[in-house]
Write a protein that binds this ligand. Structure first.
Ligand SMILES: Nc1ncnc2c1ncn2[C@@H]1O[C@H](COP(=O)(O)OP(=O)(O)OP(=O)(O)O)[C@@H](O)[C@H]1O
Ligand SMILES: [Mg+2]
Length: 457
């Protein structure tokens, strides 16, 4: 299939002919080729063909992939399994709240246990529980959560049409769902993943939907519903109405971060599925990925992303194996992307605060105090025509930026004058500058600030 010539030969017509390169006659003239030009894309495509030596099944590294086994999560799986077990006998399981930092396996464990539960029911000839998985952050609103639940059990409008994307009162869509669920005489297990996002968007409404779902059992005659809420925000419980917390948090399952050894085990399992055997010759590669991800609070997603990105870098360069150098470079790529994403998605007020830190740092200040930051922020807010927040609120935003890893803050005591924060940029000025520069509104202000205050050396 690749037997086509890889070169284009350029011929010139030579009147006299002759020479070692003479290649014959045509139309009475003699033709000679004088040089060989490689087709430009050929080499590139060759590299991609070689690149296949790296990946065997790239999908195995995607976040949605559920492997056959989940090492180091036996405790969590058996806890959830024993809570959901009664569903196999038609009894309603307790609600569960799953907690743990990002990348600790909450989503994958919930999906895994649910699919095994359904499979077990089918194999044993008992009625399989109905299941639904909703990512509340992606789905977005209470209405859409309910709509997704309707879709999963085929709950329809009275005229047989699908529940519309918008427009019904929430109460109505809830009662369509409830009615259909009760007709099916089943246990339904609903996973509400990233459930904190509902409450963060609107504390009142978020609590309302959780309250109404957790209390639905009292209104159902034949069926029962049970909720698995998942969150990576450990403070989320504080935002829950005590009545919601008492029912949703009947059972709690905690997911601790993975350590470097566990991350290596998870990587090893995935390597065998995702990569060709020669792609990772150097054992140090897995160790390095595990160690780097363990530094990042034991996030398995980060570890897998790192390995995938390293593989892609190796592939793009036409290398046959992943090296530690690819891993280190992949780490830089991911960090850059994470920071860019974090800055781009900041609300305008936080951007203005970050920009004030950036402007002061650019002016040559290493340690910036909250008061100075506030003064520059106030000026920026005025130029942006946004509300100027109080110093206290700005201080909260500074803490959030610290949590995102964009700045570092240290609290210092000023004796009887109270306490203040010392702020430093945690990422390179150049990178933050480049990202903020993409924001047209900030770019304008930047140039004004620079003119007025000579903020840039
Ligand atoms: N024990 C494990 N064995 C194999 N793969 C795992 C394990 N734990 C997590 N993973 C993988 O790590 C990645 C992240 O896991 P998961 O999405 O479940 O994290 P999470 O706790 O839900 O994170 P977040 O809070 O950010 O949503 C997934 O690709 C998942 O397949
Ligand atoms: Mg998750």
């Amino acid at each position: 299939m690749f037997s086509k010539p890889k070169v284009i030969r350029i011929f010139i017509r030579t009147s006299t002919g002759s020479g070692a390169y003479s290649t014959g006659t045509n139309h009475g003239f003699e033709w000679s080729w004088v040089c060989t030009v490689e087709k430009p894309l050929d080499k590139l495509f060759d590299k991609f063909l070689q690149g296949q030596a790296i990946f065997k099944d790239r999908n195995a590294l995607r976040p949605t992939y559920v492997p056959d086994e989940l090492p180091y999560r036996d405790d969590q799986m058996s806890r959830i399994g024993s809570i959901l077990g009664p569903a196999l006998r038609g009894a309603p399981p307790s609600n569960i709240l799953c907690y743990g930092k990002t990348g600790t396996g909450k989503t994958v464990v919930a999906r895994y246990v649910l699919s095994l539960l359904v499979e077990k029911a089918r194999k044993s000839g008992v009625i399989a529980p109905l299941t639904a998985y909703v990512n509340c952050r992606i789905v977005g609103t209470n209405y859409r959560v309910l709509r997704k639940l309707c879709e999963d059990i085929d709950a329809r409008m009275r005229d047989g049409s699908e529940v519309p994307f918008t427009g019904l009162p929430t109460d109505e869509i809830r009662s369509i769902f409830k009615k259909r669920l009760d007709q099916q005489t089943s246990i339904m297990v609903v996973v509400l993943d990233e459930v904190d996002s509902l409450v963060k968007r609107d504390v009142g409404q978020g609590n309302d939907i959780l309250y109404s779902l957790t209390r639905m059992n009292g209104e159902l005659t034949n069926s029962r519903i049970s909720i698995i809420g998942i969150s990576n925000d450990l403070k989320f419980k504080e935002m829950l109405d005590p009545r919601v917390l008492s029912t949703l948090g009947e059972e709690e399952v905690i997911f601790a971060p993975y350590n470097a050894v566990e991350l290596r085990g998870i990587l090893q399992q995935r390597v065998e599925i995702a990569f060709n055997s020669e792609a990772i010759g150097d054992e140090g590669v897995i160790n390095l990925v595990g160690a780097l991800a363990a530094q990042e609070h034991g996030d398995a997603r980060r570890a897998l992303d790192l390995l995938r990105t390293a593989g892609e870098l190796a592939e793009r360069r036409g290398d046959n194996a992943i090296t530690q150098e690819h891993v280190r470079e992949a780490q830089k790529v991911i960090e850059r992307d994470t920071i860019t994403e974090a800055v781009k998605t900041l609300p305008m007020q936080s951007k203005a605060v970050l920009f004030s830190v950036f402007a002061l740092a650019n002016k040559g200040k290493r340690d910036i105090f909250t008061g100075e930051c506030f003064n520059v922020y106030a000026e920026i807010a005025k130029s942006l025509s946004i509300d100027t927040l109080t110093q206290r609120r700005v201080s909260d935003l500074i803490s959030e930026l610290d949590m995102l890893g964009l700045i570092n803050t240290t609290v210092i005591s000023k004796g009887r004058y109270g306490r203040t924060k010392k702020i430093r940029l945690a990422v390179s000025k150049r990178q933050i500058g480049a990202i903020l520069d993409e924001d047209v509104r900030l770019t304008k202000i930047a140039s004004n600030l620079m003119d007025e205050h000579e903020l840039v050396p």
